[in-house]
Write a protein that binds this ligand. Structure first.
Ligand SMILES: *[C@@H]1O[C@H](CO)[C@@H](O)[C@H](O)[C@H]1NC(C)=O
Ligand SMILES: *[C@@H]1O[C@H](CO)[C@@H](O)[C@H](O)[C@H]1NC(C)=O
Ligand SMILES: *[C@@H]1O[C@H](CO)[C@@H](O)[C@H](O)[C@H]1NC(C)=O
Ligand SMILES: [Fe+2]
Length: 477
């Protein structure tokens, strides 16, 4: 392809505004071609040494952030599942023993997949760790979060639908410059399911090596998307989420979930709920029962920020995947409002979109308005399915822009949510623009619990300052 490795930019920075709805950014740029990076590229390089650990990644290992699950794959033989770790580089005072497993997919045989739960960590501490043996040993580090506390500040990144193209690489590199400490991943990881037969497993392996540069050093909080389902009767593969479940463990038992695909963690001042768009969620299903209970477990006095992750957006005005979130909306939206969820992140649509605080819970099939209305008690819905996978951008937004849509743009990028304290968080969407990270949509998020007039008074009584304005500010050019 002529434009391979080249991308040019057209500087169309005009915004079209319509009615009282939000902004449809008309920013247009030619992209990197939406093709996967070739297998031989250095971003997929296999680490040197016999049976060297590869595809190293970590995730939170417990409910409150004092444990991590470290995962990696050894290609040649099972080897050791031991993690050696400590407080300074090269001085590993502690060890933890993990487990090893493997699986097949069509005729592909996976490497040996190690998972090691490291518990009893101190908060707010940098740990160094080493895995593998002898000359093939590899060293990494990670930082634990601050103790769960209502005013703990913490910066999350949000990435979705990443894949393994040059656009994916651009997103990952920009994210790594953000200073965020943990990724909230909203589903669709490798896009390995775009391949057939043994290449599916091969592209899961390349993706694991690709994200290691970040995921070995900070937890990625996983949720599953449709590209994780991998229902391939033609290849004899009919167990949904097989590759994902073998490769990307989650700490679901710590939140008393019965399934790794939905769970919750608390980290710093945030309570994060991960839902599965592709598991049963209607009334009486395990996920429904679990979420009902988990929402009751949320203590906003300890974790003021209530964040929900899912793959399929509930509010989306793109032509792509329009209305696919309706089924989950009809079941859960009422709860999200009742429990004052701050923000819901989703992926799936390969573009960026942010809603106003709106709800559509008044409609029932025997009457009522079936249109979202402004609702201060509702979450903000943000779609960041713009990681850059091989399917390309979802560039056709519905016209006119609906009232509930505040900002939308079909470009690649990632978001960050920088929590300052119990009342304020700064949100940014960062477009991958021509090699730079450009903040395109940003606003101050006011906490839905501590932002209420009653609690503001309570806070002020405690001699804490909180200056709260209700209107988000939108970055404009
Ligand atoms: C797992 O690895 C063992 C040891 O190499 C091998 O005998 C077994 O067939 C593998 N299992 C699967 C499911 O690939
Ligand atoms: C459905 O909506 C109509 C019109 O708003 C209302 O009168 C009725 O009580 C609602 N029914 C239920 C079961 O909520
Ligand atoms: C919370 O952080 C915001 C933004 O940095 C600041 O303006 C506000 O005063 C802080 N509130 C408290 C109670 O510290
Ligand atoms: Fe998707």
């Amino acid at each position: 392809m002529l434009l391979h490795l080249l991308f040019s930019l057209s500087l169309v920075l005009t915004f079209i505004e319509n009615g009282n709805a939000g902004i449809t950014s008309a920013f247009v740029r030619t992209q990197w071609p939406s093709v996967d990076i070739p297998l031989a590229n250095e971003v997929f390089a296999v680490p040197k040494g016999y049976n060297a650990p590869q595809q190293v990644h970590i995730t939170q290992g417990d409910y409150d952030g004092k444990a991590v699950i470290i995962s990696w794959i050894t290609p040649d033989e099972p080897g050791s599942s031991q993690v050696r770790y400590g407080l300074s580089e090269g001085k590993y005072d502690f060890t933890a023993e993990g487990t090893v497993t493997n699986y097949t997919f069509y005729n592909y045989k996976s490497g040996y997949i190690h998972q090691c739960l490291v518990t009893g960590l101190q908060y707010d501490t940098k740990y160094y760790y080493e895995i593998g043996k002898g000359d093939s040993a590899r060293k990494f580090w990670f930082e634990t979060p601050p103790e769960v506390d209502p005013d703990a500040s913490y910066k999350f990144g949000i990435i979705g639908d990443l894949g393994q193209t040059y656009n994916s690489l651009s997103t990952l590199q920009h994210y790594m410059q953000s200073g965020a400490k943990s990724v909230l991943f909203v589903g669709d990881l490798s896009y390995a399911d775009r391949y057939e037969y043994n290449d599916v497993g091969v592209r899961w392996d390349t993706w694991g090596r690709f994200v290691e540069q970040s995921a070995a050093y900070q937890p990625w909080i996983w949720s599953a998307g449709n590209h994780e389902i991998e229902f391939f009767p033609n290849m004899g593969e009919v167990v949904p989420f097989k590759s994902f479940l073998y490769r990307y463990p989650t700490p679901y038992q710590a939140s008393r979930s019965s399934n790794p695909l939905w769970y919750a963690i608390r980290r710093a001042s945030a309570h994060i709920i991960v839902l599965s768009s592709y598991s049963p969620f209607v009334k009486y299903t395990p996920q429904w029962h679990w979420l009902k209970q988990e929402l009751k477990n949320v203590n906003r006095e300890k974790t003021p920020w209530l964040i929900v992750l899912m793959h399929v957006p509930i509010y989306n005005s793109n032509e792509a995947h329009f209305m696919e979130g309706e089924s989950m909306r009809s079941v859960f939206e009422r709860w999200f409002i009742k429990h004052r969820v701050d923000v819901i992140f989703a992926g799936h649509v390969h573009a960026y979109e942010r809603s106003y605080r709106i709800s559509n819970i008044h409609y029932n099939v025997s009457g009522g308005d079936a249109y979202p209305v402004p609702d201060k008690t509702a979450p903000i819905y943000i779609t960041v399915g713009d990681g850059g996978n091989q399917e390309g951008l979802a560039s056709r937004f519905r016209d006119p822009q609906p009232d509930y849509s505040a900002f939308r743009e079909a470009s690649y990028g990632h978001s960050t949510l920088e929590i300052k304290n119990r009342t304020h968080a700064f949100y940014h969407w960062n477009r991958n623009d021509d090699g730079n990270k450009v903040t395109t949509d940003s606003f101050t998020l006011h906490n839905q619990y501590w932002g209420s007039a009653r609690r503001r008074r309570k806070l002020n009584k405690n001699h804490l300052h909180s200056v709260i304005s209700e209107r988000p500010s939108i970055a404009r050019f």
